[in-house]
Design a protein around this ligand. Structure first.
Ligand SMILES: [Cu+2]
Length: 645
């Protein structure tokens, strides 16, 4: 049920939407602030028109409009791959040179040549993806990346991901909501200035002659992965991932393929920053801090010098900015924040306005370990800098943004909705007329689903699992706690087309970003271990004693990826500390338009590769078409409990 009416007329092609990409090993370099040198690297990546030869480890930007077809011809020119031959366990990383493509967040068919991640395009093979965007598809910030179970993390952390922007030209009407794009326009009718940021975490290593990662060790602790002159950085295997590795590696998050790039802006200009977390192993909490006046130009040659520079120069009060879309979907309010947290897979569209001229540090703010993929308390890091030129001075960002958007609405909005849009903006920057999906009401609900993430560390090999049954943290019953690793031969949930279900999400060991393909979900509530809803605007989440900014304000927001938090990070605390550690999340989703088999999974992609994924399947309610129920795992049965009205 989209709030968009059908497009009245075919829309003009809005940009690059036909790609021809060849996957191969690419030799190039990545700047390393810890040494002041460019590290030579050889990584799997995309080649073809649109790939910047100077920054090849990010896929080209795709742009399309609702109603259009995106075509990606994918050729796999990687060599045959020993990890693919005769591997026994589907949930051991494997087939590092097999690939495919996922259109993350797009509302398109999950089957056939569309958003199908259940195929492998093996070395020497080609395949063409068609993503047919429905006329009602929301405009927004999406992305695409390789998603071949067994090699997803390895390829995405090599840079095999790119932005996918859907641009819309449908203004709101009295009966239908419209595209935010129609509001965010300058006086000359052009879109407001945009910045597009694809964050990636390219975790290459250099190896000694025994095949061991070269490291620098201080007091018995690995403090950095090092590459000597003449070495070539590679991503060889999954021992390059896992909780401590990102911090140990000393690697830097890239933006659009570059380490610590520089952006340019102008005081008082409203800019739309489209931020995409395409990384794998570190949570990002983005803040803009004025750089200290008189700070020297940043040029570090050691990791310590880089950290010192940030401590001394990137400590101005962070400026407020406004989030207008989450995971591509416009939110009901432009929410003011000074630090938005992006987990892997997340997107935020922010309206950013710099109040004074000078340089700003774009920093990754400190975050408690329980809130992040690294599981370690994170220090402040420099992601980028912004040079802000003089312009119309801004004393209050909130009111300046309101004035700018009201003026834009007066110019751009159709007469019959103009007053309503202006009144919304003046009422706390509400964007009511631009939200793509109506709230899911109580009486729409036709069933429920339960989902649990777990890592079982009892055996020789860690088992990454998803379960279909909630647990009671206060009264844990091991006999009903049966999460399992991915099995490609079965479906874990058969879901009815047209159904509207409320899902309960929990994790029994560390936090995991839940991601489901095709249909987005609306966040109903996020209860902390004490049962307090920390998704409400202004709520404070201090589970574990440290304030975690990521949840407050997400209530009612539509997303496709969401952190499911557990405060348990020590295996010895399971199950004893579940009661004081478990968050409980409720989301609602509609199974609309598309049938077929696809997946949900943890978006820490090495967890996904190791089994933290489920096949789900949507079929016609009378069982036609997809035959999902027939494919259910024998012991699972149908999980959906239908309620009747
Ligand atoms: Cu996970």
């Amino acid at each position: 049920m989209s709030r968009f009416r059908k497009a009245q007329a075919p829309v003009a092609s809005s940009g690059r939407r036909q790609l021809d990409l060849t996957v191969k090993f690419i030799e190039n370099g990545i700047y390393n602030p810890a040494s002041g040198r460019v590290d030579k690297v050889r990584l799997r990546g995309y080649t073809g028109a649109g790939v910047d030869p100077k920054a090849p480890y990010v896929a080209p930007v795709i742009e399309a409009a609702p109603g259009e077809r995106i075509t990606v011809a994918l050729h796999n020119d990687l060599p045959e791959d020993a990890s693919c031959a005769g591997h026994g366990d589907m949930n051991q990383p494997h087939c590092f040179n097999g690939t495919n493509l996922h259109s993350h967040g797009l509302w398109v068919s999950p089957t056939g040549n569309s958003d199908n991640v259940l195929i492998s395009i093996n070395p020497g093979k080609s395949f063409t993806y068609f993503y047919d965007l429905p006329d009602e598809h929301p405009a927004g910030t999406f992305w695409y990346h390789s998603h071949r179970h067994g090699s997803t993390a390895l390829q995405v952390s090599s840079g095999m991901a790119g932005a996918l922007v859907v641009r819309g030209n449908r203004p709101p009407t009295q009966t239908a909501n419209g595209d935010l794009d129609t509001l965010l326009k300058e006086a000359d009718g052009q879109p407001m200035q945009e910045q597009l940021l694809v964050f990636q975490q390219i975790q290459y290593a250099c190896f000694d002659t025994d095949g061991k990662i070269k490291t620098r060790v201080v007091d018995g602790k690995v403090v950095a992965w090092i590459c000597d002159p003449g070495d070539t950085g590679e991503i060889r295997n999954y021992d390059q991932f896992g909780p401590p590795t990102w911090g140990q590696s000393g690697r830097y998050t890239t933006i659009n393929g570059l380490v610590q790039p520089r952006f340019e802006s102008k005081v008082g200009q409203v800019e739309r920053w489209r931020m995409i977390h395409g990384g794998v192993r570190e949570t990002l909490t983005v803040a803009f801090r004025p750089r200290r006046t008189g700070a020297p130009v940043y040029k570090a040659t050691t990791a310590e010098a880089a950290a010192d520079y940030i401590r001394q120069n990137c400590v101005g009060e962070p400026i407020p900015y406004h989030l207008v879309a989450a995971d591509g979907l416009t939110t009901a309010t432009a929410r003011s924040t000074v630090n938005a947290t992006l987990q892997p897979g997340y997107r935020f569209d922010a309206l950013v306005m710099f109040p004074t001229a000078g340089d700003y540090c774009v920093v990754n703010e400190p975050l408690p370990g329980t809130a992040s993929v690294t599981r370690a308390d994170q220090e402040r890091q420099l992601l980028a800098t912004v040079s802000v030129a003089a312009g119309s001075p801004v004393s209050n960002i909130d009111s300046a943004l309101t004035d700018a958007l009201v003026a834009a609405a007066e110019r751009t909005m159709p007469t019959d909705v103009r007053a309503a849009v202006v009144a919304d903006l003046k009422d706390g920057l509400k964007l009511t007329r631009f939200v793509p999906h109506p709230d899911v009401s109580d009486d729409e609900i036709t069933g429920t689903q339960e989902l649990v993430f777990f890592i079982d560390l009892n055996g020789d090999v860690a088992k990454f699992e998803v379960g279909n049954k909630s647990f009671d943290p206060k009264n844990f019953d091991p006999t009903t706690f049966k999460p399992r690793s991915y099995d490609p031969n079965y479906v874990d949930r058969a879901l009815p087309l047209g159904g509207v279900e409320e899902w309960t999400l929990q994790s029994a060991f560390v936090g995991h970003p839940f991601h489901i393909h095709v249909n987005p979900f609306q966040i109903v509530e996020i209860l902390d271990p004490n049962g307090i809803d920390v998704s409400a605007p202004g709520a404070v989440d201090k589970g574990g004693g440290i304030i975690d900014p990521q949840y407050p304000g997400l209530k009612g927001v539509w997303k496709d990826t969401l952190w499911v938090k557990s405060l348990i990070t020590n295996p010895a605390d399971f199950p004893a500390k579940l009661a004081s550690s478990t968050y409980k999340i409720k989301i609602r989703t509609r199974y609309e338009r598309f049938i077929g088999q696809y997946v949900l999974h943890c978006h820490i992609l090495d967890h996904e590769d190791q089994g933290m994924m489920q096949n789900i399947c949507i079929e016609l309610p009378d069982g036609g078409g997809a035959n999902c129920v027939r494919l259910l795992r024998p012991a699972d049965g149908q999980q959906s409990t239908a309620t009747h009205h």
